[in-house]
Design a protein. Structure first.
Length: 187
């Protein structure tokens, strides 16, 4: 994906009447909010090395899901929709990657060691992200989008060293859980 070649979010007015009628569950305000957050959504997909067409599918799934919720029960529509999108994106990405890398372990010798290590790292990263609590996931996403601990801490009105320490401890706890689970499966 090259910079600037992203799929544009289609304006509601440009959608065909068939689409609008067949998708009665889509709320126009939710759809418009998706258009507002689309640049950030694509940016997150790019940072996570997820194809933009998959990002579009994830956003549409999020739009349909959020459209089912009564609008008055959602405080900040854009923020809520972005969280729903993020969950859809990583779930779709996880499913696609697991389908792409369904290679038996005994066949790893046929794959370049470097590629095998990259696959293992992606699987581990996905496993770590899947186990993150909401706050840790938000910090992680801000970090991959280029924010520093200092910027994140300032926005949360706390000290960067406290935030960094809490994040680090949570990652160590997740790593310990993963190691424990893997050792339990091997025996």
């Amino acid at each position: 994906m090259t910079e600037g070649s992203h799929i544009p979010w289609p304006e509601w007015e440009s959608l065909s009447p068939t689409f609008k009628n067949s998708q009665e569950t889509i709320n126009q305000d939710v759809y418009n909010a998706a258009g507002e957050i689309w640049p950030q959504a694509i940016s997150l997909a790019v940072k996570a090395d997820i194809d933009e067409s998959l990002a579009y599918i994830a956003m549409m799934a999020a739009v349909v899901g959020v459209s089912r919720i009564p609008p008055e029960s959602i405080e900040l529509l854009s923020r809520y929709l972005f969280k729903a999108y993020r969950r859809q994106l990583f779930e779709h990405g996880r499913k696609m990657r697991s389908a792409e890398i369904a290679v038996p372990i005994e066949d790893y010798n046929l794959i370049d060691d470097h590629v095998a290590r990259q696959i293992e790292q992606k699987i581990l990263l996905e496993e770590i992200v899947a186990r993150m609590d909401e706050e840790t996931l938000q910090i992680y996403e801000k970090l991959i989008l280029g924010h520093s601990f200092e910027q994140i801490a300032r926005a949360q009105d706390e000290h960067a060293n406290v935030l960094r320490s809490r994040f680090s401890k949570r990652l160590k706890k997740i790593a310990t859980e993963i190691n424990y689970d893997r050792m339990g499966r091997k025996s």
